[in-house]
Design a protein around this ligand. Structure first.
Ligand code: ADP
Length: 445
């Protein structure tokens, strides 16, 4: 099949023509059948009418010739024959010839009484009346011709309807498929040129194509955004990993060059290498995690209240700060349990890391319009100008405490990325009198 024949325009038009022709064929066959029966009953009624008129004539009438003519005066081609039981046979005008020809005609098996002759068609009826047999032949050509004429007109009109209908459908489908062709063309262009700014043009109608084009554009935007993020991520990650590696190599060189002459440099350098390699390990683990939760996700009904409660207990057992909580029971979420755990561990861990041992950490979970988790600490807090940046990958606030605390700047990026996946919101605000409150909000489903 050629491409044109496979196209929507050709396919839809040919189907439409096939359906329309089929329907019209059925209608026309029904029309012919009904018309044929109507004509048949019309002829039979006419014959019956003549028979009824003749029935009323008494046996003793002596003017049969005139009588039969009067009876059929309506149509000269009709004929009547009266056979008296013990007397002569009377014919209407030209009746003898008509009945002689009728005797040679062919009777139809379905329409009883119809007799076909060379150019004529007759309806024949025989009646037994008091002392005589009345035979009536009704000429059917005129009615049949009229019916045929109507049939031809109807077929022509139907053909016209098919032609016009096909043209209209061809025109409209063509319009739609043109929009689709244009869309495919634009998609090919995007694929070939890899133009990152180009999107599909969205037509106003038909709405399905409008919807498809909008969805495709949305997908394209998301994919480009993701690719941009991935690219940025690789750059940031390489940069972040290179810095400690360069420092480690520097210390190794130092030990190699001066270690034997000045053994006192060895111990601090080894310490440094140990600390930095530990940091590298944590960072690579976190990087792996960041990539992993994008790839696999096992969602199920999770009792978020129980999960938070368990994480709070772990925190209480491992941190010097006082941990208080206010957890509403029976808050359920359809989510990946490990991801929810990750959110809690990163936020709780930060509250612990960035506040002194004598501070307080308060955790609150409640569900109203949304499911809301607050992690509040009374630690060092975050300067306003940094609040927007702490969710970026590898960003760390350069305060005296932050620089002393081990970290890679990935924890909050992980939280932000998980929260975003669940269409949630992550924000940070100042706590009173000091410290920070991290808030995660999930839509209720
Ligand atoms: P990390 O803690 O490994 O450095 P995060 O992404 O978890 O990385 O945090 C980014 C930065 O945000 C931290 O380095 C820290 O400066 C700041 N931060 C996060 N949580 C808190 C908090 N509770 N109090 C003060 N500063 C915080």
């Amino acid at each position: 099949m050629t491409d044109r024949k496979k196209g929507a325009q050709f396919q839809l038009t040919s189907r439409f023509v096939a359906i329309l022709t089929g329907l019209l064929l059925i209608v026309n066959v029904a029309f012919v059948t009904i018309s044929l029966y109507s004509v048949y009953y019309y002829l039979a009624d006419q014959a019956k009418e003549i028979a009824t008129t003749l029935e009323e004539v008494p046996q003793a009438t002596d003017d049969w010739d005139a009588l039969v003519d009067v009876t059929i005066a309506k149509n000269e081609e009709d004929a009547v024959r009266i056979l008296l039981t013990d007397g002569p046979t009377y014919y209407s005008k030209d009746g003898k010839e008509i009945f002689t020809e009728l005797a040679e005609g062919t009777a139809l098996p379905i329409f009883k009484g119809i007799i076909l002759m060379e150019d004529e068609i007759y309806y024949f009826q025989r009646h037994q009346q008091q002392g005589r047999t009345v035979e009536i032949a009704i000429h059917g050509n005129t009615v049949i011709e009229m019916m045929m004429r109507m049939l031809v007109i109807s077929v022509l009109l139907n053909l016209f309807a098919v032609l016009i209908g096909s043209w209209i459908i061809y025109f409209f489908v063509g319009k739609w498929s043109k929009t689709l062709q244009q869309m495919t063309q634009e998609m090919k262009e995007i694929e070939l040129t890899n133009n990152q700014a180009k999107l599909l043009s969205v037509p106003e109608t038909p709405s399905e194509i409008k919807q498809a084009a909008s969805s495709f554009n949305q997908l394209l935007r998301m994919q480009r955004e993701a690719m941009k993020r991935e690219g940025q991520f690789v750059t940031d990650a390489s940069h972040e990993l290179r810095t400690p590696l360069t420092a480690i190599r520097g210390h190794v060189q130092l030990i190699k060059r001066r270690g034997s002459a000045h053994p006192e440099v060895i111990a601090p350098s080894i310490d440094f290498i140990d600390k930095e390699s530990k940091r590298l390990e944590t960072m690579t683990n976190q990087l792996l995690l960041l990539g992993k939760h994008h790839a696999t996700q096992v969602c199920k009904e999770v009792d978020f209240s129980v999960l938070v409660q368990q994480e709070v207990q772990k925190l209480q057992a491992s941190c010097p700060q006082e941990v208080t909580f206010d957890i509403q029971e029976n808050i359920h979420m359809y989510a990946d349990e490990l991801e929810l755990q990750q959110i809690c561990q990163n936020l709780f861990g930060n509250a612990r890391k960035y506040s002194a041992a004598n501070e307080t950490i308060h955790i609150r979970l409640q569900a109203n319009e949304t499911i809301q988790l607050d992690v509040a600490d009374t630690g060092e807090g975050i300067p306003d100008e940094m609040k927007g940046r702490i969710f970026e990958r590898f960003f760390r606030v350069d305060s005296s405490r932050s620089s002393q605390v081990e970290g890679s700047g990935i924890g909050l990026a992980i939280v932000a990325s998980i929260v975003e996946k669940y269409q949630g919101k992550l924000s940070v605000a100042d706590n009173q009198p000091k410290g920070s409150i991290f808030t995660v909000e999930f839509p209720k489903k």
